[in-house]
Design a protein around this ligand. Structure first.
Ligand code: FAD
Length: 465
């Protein structure tokens, strides 16, 4: 349907504690803006839910009116899954809260929270939950897709620490999910995305994390092949305490990078070390960075974990143009090396990049049957992202991303991390994300959302397509 009846909207406004923002409201453009400015959609309304009651009312409203519903956590999805033209966005942003319980050693997080909220609260207890590398990303969307970041090799994926959730289903019922209650749904939430209901809170088992060792090593882009050849051997053999994601990028124009290399195209590894930081141990562990080629710059520093988590926030603020695509890799074969170097040299804009995030270490030691995440045998989760502030460059960054991805795809495992699927990649790509977990996910979908009410996502239909 297109548009919403004014009386119906007024009724929704009356019923909610949160606000309902519609096109005639002065803050409509702000309310519909999301992280990726390439997405410009005009929902019929945005229901800013303040609690479970608001979520239930909004779902009931969508069921009664037949309006298409999308759910917004942190609003960071690349393809803008939380916005539908003429649809209704159920916005969880007002539900940002975190409660650390030191007695049960658990952390409960509101469904609209951001990673920074989680890190800030857990840090006060010397704890942390493994998540992603930008503090403004939504805990909800990141977790439901799997979640990888600086602590993956040490403590696994975000879903490996997820032990429970509260979920509002399509019929409005509210259920608590745990290993004991609805274990099939807990399994599906561990990677199956937003397909099953609105997750109003998530519960995690946190881990000890405090000050971590942070390092960045950058080499000229024309050394990409030597560096990748070294990196693919060094990191998998390194202890789990060391995480290091590989990047092709332009050097950011600010400290700690020296001015002469600002803006230069480079390949890099961003390191996070959770081991012993005394007596220059990190420097020892990384003394090998000269092996592939002399770095253009290398620095190490201790940092509180939340500071590392927000280190890239200023570099990529909300409102840039983004176009991304991903794939999993179990190796970095020789034949793929020239592809990386070629597209690195052709980096179209200062912010565009390619990242390879390690998903081995602790993530490999989780039984593949325990979560819906279907790539326990992958070594890296890769993403190519064209990024720029200027909408005039949208076509250029899109084309670079698609070309790079297309040339790299033959060296991949065939599927992508669900949260790195881009716009309109189609149902086959969703299937390849879930491989042999797909049929089980379909069965869980049939149990909890048999009419596919929640379909503004990387959709898993209740019956085989
Ligand atoms: P939204 O757009 O709000 O939601 C995305 C999807 O999740 C939608 O389908 C939505 O319906 C669903 N959803 C969100 N919350 C809920 C909920 N509470 N209940 C039900 N469904 C929900 N990923 C990583 O794993 N590691 C990283 O390091 C990483 N870095 C990133 C950095 C940036 C700058 C960006 C833009 C993204 C990054 N990502 C990373 C990808 C990120 O995990 C996805 O974009 C994810 O979808 C973001 O979740 P969100 O809640 O912010 O997004």
């Amino acid at each position: 349907m297109s548009g919403l009846d004014t009386t119906a909207l007024d009724n929704l406004r009356t019923a909610l504690r949160g606000r309902v923002v519609a096109p005639q409201d002065p803050d409509y453009d702000e309310a519909r803006s999301i992280y990726n400015a390439m997405i410009d959609r005009r929902p019929a309304a945005i229901a800013q839910c303040r609690g479970v009651a608001d979520v239930r009312t909004t779902i009931a409203f969508a069921q009664e009116t037949g309006v298409n519903l999308a759910v917004r956590g942190g609003g960071h999805s690349g393809p803008g899954l939380c916005l539908i033209d003429d649809g209704l966005t159920l916005d969880l942003a007002p539900m940002r809260w975190v409660r650390v319980d030191p007695l049960t050693e658990t952390v409960q997080v509101g469904g609209g929270s951001q990673l920074g909220d989680l890190d800030h609260e857990t840090h006060a207890f010397g704890l942390g939950v493994p998540s992603g590398i930008n503090s403004t990303t939504g805990v909800g969307g990141l977790t439901l897709g799997g979640g990888h970041g600086h602590l993956t090799r040490k403590y696994g994926l975000t879903v490996d620490s997820l032990i429970g959730a509260d979920v509002v289903l399509a019929d409005g019922s509210v259920i608590s999910v745990s290993e004991k209650e609805h274990p099939d749904l807990l399994w599906a939430l561990r990677g199956g995305g937003g397909n099953f209901g609105v997750v109003t809170s998530l519960t995690y088992r946190p881990h000890p994390v405090d000050t971590v060792g942070v390092a960045a090593t950058v080499w000229p882009v024309d050394r990409t092949q030597e560096v990748l050849r070294w990196y693919r051997e060094f990191l998998p053999a390194a202890p789990d305490d060391l995480n290091g994601f590989f990047a092709i990028m332009a050097v950011p124009p600010g400290p700690p990078f020296p001015e002469p290399i600002h803006g230069r195209k480079m390949c890099a590894v961003i390191w996070c070390y959770t081991g012993d930081l005394t007596d220059g141990r990190l420097e020892d562990v990384l003394s090998v960075v000269n092996d592939p080629a002399p770095p253009a710059f290398h620095f190490t520093t201790p940092m509180p974990y939340p500071a590392l988590q927000s280190m890239f926030d200023e570099l990529v603020p909300k409102g840039l143009q983004w176009y991304w695509r991903g794939d999993f890799f179990d190796s970095i074969p020789d034949e793929s090396l020239p592809v990386h170097e070629r597209y690195g040299r052709a980096l179209p804009t200062a912010l565009s990049m390619m990242h390879l995030y390690p998903v081995d270490g602790a993530a490999h030691r989780v039984d593949p049957g325990e979560t819906a995440w279907a790539y326990r045998d992958a070594m890296w989760s890769g993403v190519v992202a064209g990024i720029d502030p200027d909408p005039a460059n949208a076509d250029v960054i899109r084309q670079w991303c698609v070309d790079y991805w297309t040339d790299l795809h033959p060296f991949s495992m065939g599927g992508s991390y669900v949260n790195f699927l881009g716009e309109a990649e189609g149902p086959e790509r969703v299937r390849s994300t879930y491989r042999d977990q797909y049929d089980r996910l379909t069965a869980v979908k049939r149990t909890y959302d048999p009419h596919n009410f929640f379909r503004a996502n990387q959709n898993i239909p209740p019956s085989a397509a």
